[in-house]
Design a protein around this ligand. Sequence first.
Ligand SMILES: Nc1ncnc2c1ncn2[C@@H]1O[C@H](COP(=O)(O)OP(=O)(O)O)[C@@H](O)[C@H]1O
Ligand SMILES: [Mg+2]
Length: 149
Amino acid sequence: MKTIVNVSSAEETEKVGFELAKKLDEEKCRRAFIALFGEMGVGKTAFCRGFASYFGINSVKSPTYTVLNEYRGWAKIHHFDFYRITDGDDLYSIGYDDIIEDTGYSLGEWSENIEDFLPEDAVRVKISRISVNDDENANLRKIEIEELG
Ligand SMILES: Nc1ncnc2c1ncn2[C@@H]1O[C@H](COP(=O)(O)OP(=O)(O)O)[C@@H](O)[C@H]1O
Ligand SMILES: [Mg+2]
């Protein structure tokens, strides 16, 4: 199933993240991998912030320099940034396989970098700018959410 939403602010992107969390929770899906795709500054962290806020977590920061941040609200969130990950060994050294099997939700920014290691049932979220070189529309984004089944 694929859903496409257009948004025009960081708050709206957060809202889309919040709504995905709500949907998974209401479907009683207690473990999921959300793979985020999209260039620098497109809103991946904003999406994660909204997602985590559904579970009462309001402290999400960009994990760029840490690879992984863990948060605990009324669900656990593993927030990855694969920006600096270049191969399977890097993933192994952070305990990726075990972490993503854990209950809770794993969110992975820069999932482009680990395409071969993404779980088959990952929810794929691709964020892109709708127009470039246009100040007036600088905040417009297209968010594509793809789920199996
Ligand atoms: N529609 C939008 N969605 C998300 N962020 C937006 C949007 N419009 C403008 N922004 C701005 O773009 C930046 C996105 O940053 P961030 O979420 O950290 O991106 P990423 O994690 O993809 O690098 C923020 O400064 C945010 O305020
Ligand atoms: Mg980010």
